[in-house]
Unconditional design. Structure first.
Length: 411
């Protein structure tokens, strides 16, 4: 098989892994495909530790796998066309694309060949060769295998900027049923080992996966609710100090098991989970605040912050001139940067309603929940349903579930 054919197969096979992707990359979208397309395969976008968005060559070393995970198109029982790169071919492709300025780095994952250690050795060999023989200084993200030896995972962290291990499913029971060769405890143990090495490297001022570690959970392959998914993500952030948890909507595959759903979940559900994840990480929300016992799944029609505010209408309105920072962060339409601007400005003069547009705030979102020096939303006689309708974005979510709140951070 020639190299372009391998590239076509193994770039396409890598598109199901969302753990290197980034939201807010619609400006990079090429509607006709190509290397800059976020909708096709071959290129993904990620962020470096200093905040730069970089384009990565996103491929698998091979789409052959000895595991039989029922949700995976590359499982051993799947009837798909197989291909395999050598380590030297991946190195050559990376350098060729890099020199042409198509990419700024590499995202490399793989199916399991023979056994985890055999596979991990070849993944590590790619990164080691790029760094030592070719002095490659681009960004490298390696997908590691939890069953591989800790020594190999440790070496991966020496050469890679970020490493990740996919937890795949939010519960141990679901993983045992759909991916019998994988083990929930081993995955968490491998994550703990990576976390310990990152901490040790920082203390010793050495380099080990400086961009941290991430993981991915598949959404909609089981009946796990958003509440369960968010609780697992929150636990991983707390215990493993992950940089990101990525959510990937389940995609139905050919010759699928009867244990899997026939229809993919709406992509907007994936989008709402990302928004909720953002609230937990940066806005001070707890995972169990964003859902309820009677409604364990996030509302698909409005964002989770607005949904929470409507359920807790008694806490509003919030006085922008007096409220503490943690309460300002809970006001729909106020992002972290907006809150910082409000706190800074109100030290010098009282905020009035006409000041809000100058702070780049959406009056449509903010007005029903705030008090300013010349305005009090408590005087608005609007019920919950009417309020939700008034604040709901006029423009519906597109196919990818992207709306302006993701790009601006104004949840």
């Amino acid at each position: 098989m020639d190299l372009p054919t391998k590239l076509a197969i193994l770039a396409d096979a890598a598109k199901y892994d969302a753990s290197c992707a980034s939201s807010g990359t619609t400006k990079r979208n090429s509607r006709k495909g190509g290397l800059g397309s976020t909708t096709g395969s071959g290129i993904c976008h990620s962020y470096t530790p200093d905040g730069r968005c970089v384009s990565l060559l996103k491929i698998l070393l091979t789409n052959y796998c000895i595991y039989d995970c029922l949700y995976c198109i590359n499982r051993i029982s799947s009837d798909v066309r197989r291909a395999r790169f050598t380590a030297e071919e991946v190195v050559r492709l990376t350098l060729d694309f890099y020199r042409r300025n198509y990419i700024e780095g590499l995202f490399l994952s793989s199916g399991i060949i023979r056994n985890p250690d055999y596979t991990m050795e070849r993944v590590v060999a790619v990164a080691r060769t790029l760094r030592t023989e070719h002095k490659f200084r681009g960004y490298i993200h390696l997908k590691t295998i939890p069953e591989a030896s800790q020594e190999l995972i440790a070496e991966a962290g020496r050469w890679a900027d970020r490493i990740s291990i996919n937890i795949e499913l939010p519960t141990k029971i679901a993983l045992e049923e759909l991916a019998p060769q994988k083990n929930f405890a081993r995955t968490e143990a491998a994550m703990s080992g990576i976390k310990a090495r990152i901490i040790e490297a920082k203390a010793a001022k050495q380099k080990f996966a400086p961009a941290g570690q991430s993981t991915q959970m598949i959404v909609g392959a089981t009946d796990a609710s958003d509440a369960i998914i968010l609780q697992q993500a929150s636990s991983l952030y707390a215990k493993q100090k992950l940089k990101r948890v990525y959510y990937s909507a389940f995609s139905p595959i050919p010759d699928a098991s009867t244990k899997l759903p026939l229809i993919a979940p709406p992509l907007v559900r994936e989008h709402r989970l990302y928004q909720a994840d953002w609230l937990v990480r940066f806005y001070g929300f707890k995972a169990d605040e964003l859902t309820t016992n009677t409604a364990p799944n996030l509302d698909l029609t409005i964002d989770p912050k607005l949904s929470w505010a409507l359920r807790h209408r008694h806490l509003f309105p919030i006085d922008l001139n007096k409220a503490p920072r943690e309460m300002l962060l809970r006001v729909p339409g106020l992002g972290t940067k907006s809150v910082e601007r409000i706190v800074r400005v109100r030290r010098w003069h009282k905020l009035r309603l006409d000041d809000l547009p100058r702070l780049h705030l959406s009056l449509k979102k903010v007005m029903p929940f705030v008090i300013t020096a010349d305005y009090n939303s408590a005087n608005l006689a609007i019920d919950r349903a009417d309020l939700a309708q008034r604040i709901r974005p006029a423009k519906q979510l597109d196919l990818f579930g992207v709306e302006s709140s993701v790009l601006t951070g104004q949840l």
